[in-house]
Design a protein around this ligand. Structure first.
Ligand code: A3D
Length: 320
């Protein structure tokens, strides 16, 4: 049986890390596409030369030609620009919207059956635009944000409690921005909800609140440290978890920016919600019950995403 084909659109910091992870996990053969000449070719060759040492079998190819992504099973999109210190994700909207147009058209022409994972920011608006430009079914186009935001939350919690990260589960919903919604009530240590752990004296409400805020600011904290770009290791590993769930039909329950129509009272928009990912892409949206406070945070986040989508439509009237 032929190996799956994974196309990585964007060969920058995240794209290169995605290629390395996909190769070492032997998820398939990998094509790395970028408009920068030489960058995808150089990264693919460098990574291919890891093969003999790491012992993986994967063909890696770098290209500037969309025709090379033909027939891809999975496309992961990081093309665009990342933010610099002082910038918000929303500041990237104008430039990255144009990038989504060319990427969407490339995927539509050459890989219309792929499961597409968008990482480019501002995430919820860009995955929506990418879906519009590509015309692929909504269940096959999804944004990566919740897995990363939840991973950040889980990391901070495991350090706070001094327990293994493997035993910490967390949910972060809503848009991937300052209004994201870390759900304390649905986050646990081995099934014990965080509010119970506060009541048990494992931490204080004040410290819990500051961890929630640090999670919301998780991306900015890394941008502030790196100064020249944004996080790339954890974003890449998060997207690979989603790609693997699709390729291996794992039916993973992962928070993703998915197209929601009906659930959460929404009338058709992309936003972070719990989803099941398997061989059909987004197979189910999990409509969990929110209390009044959580719903208010979710509503605020939804409004922020709607504002970004409206801005996209103003910049590119063809999206109306
Ligand atoms: P970077 O290292 O700059 O790589 C981006 C690559 O895109 C560069 O190699 C560019 O040459 C390439 N590119 C630009 N325009 C095009 C085009 N039209 N077609 C193909 N390739 C193009 O950035 P990065 O890898 O660090 O980040 C990529 C994106 O991910 C940015 O928009 C970030 O803001 C975003 N990001 C999202 C998250 C989420 O959690 C959603 C986290 C971190 C970064």
């Amino acid at each position: 049986m032929a190996r799956p084909k994974i196309a990585l659109i964007g060969a920058g910091q995240i794209g290169g890390t995605l290629a390395h992870l996909a190769a070492t996990k032997e998820l398939g053969d990998i094509v790395v596409f970028d408009i920068a000449e030489g960058t995808p070719q150089g990264k693919a060759l460098d990574l291919a030369q890891c093969g003999p040492v790491e012992g993986f079998d994967a063909v890696l190819k770098g290209t500037n030609d969309y025709a090379d992504i033909a027939g891809a099973d999975v496309c992961i999109v990081t093309a665009g620009v990342p933010r610099k210190p002082g910038m918000s994700r929303d500041d990237l909207l104008g430039i990255n919207l144009k990038v989504m147009k060319s990427v969407g058209e490339g995927i539509k022409q050459h890989a219309p059956n792929a499961f597409v994972i968008c990482i480019t920011n501002p995430l919820d608006a860009m995955v929506w635009a990418l879906r519009e430009f590509s015309g692929l079914p909504h269940n096959k186009v999804v944004g990566m944000a919740g897995v990363l935001d939840a991973a950040r939350f889980r990391h901070f919690l495991s350090v706070e409690f001094n327990v293994s990260m493997r035993d910490v589960t967390a949910f972060v919903l809503g848009g991937h921005g300052d209004t994201m919604v870390p759900l304390v009530r649905y986050s646990t240590v081995a099934g014990i909800p965080l509010p119970d752990l506060v009541a048990m004296g494992w931490t204080t409400q004040e410290r819990m609140d500051s961890i929630v805020q640090r999670t919301r600011d998780g991306g900015a904290e890394i941008v502030g440290l790196l100064k020249t770009g944004s996080a790339f290791y954890a974003p890449a590993t998060s997207a690979i978890e989603m790609a693997e769930a699709y390729l291996k039909d794992q039916k993973r329950l992962l928070p993703c920016a998915a197209y929601v129509k009906g659930a959460y009272g929404l009338d058709g928009m992309y936003v972070g919600v719990p989803t099941i990912i398997g061989k059909d892409g987004i197979e189910r949206i999990v409509d969990i019950k929110l209390n009044a406070e959580e719903q208010a945070m979710m509503d605020k986040s939804i409004d922020a995403v709607k504002g970004l989508v409206a801005a996209c439509k103003t910049i590119d009237p063809s999206l109306n």
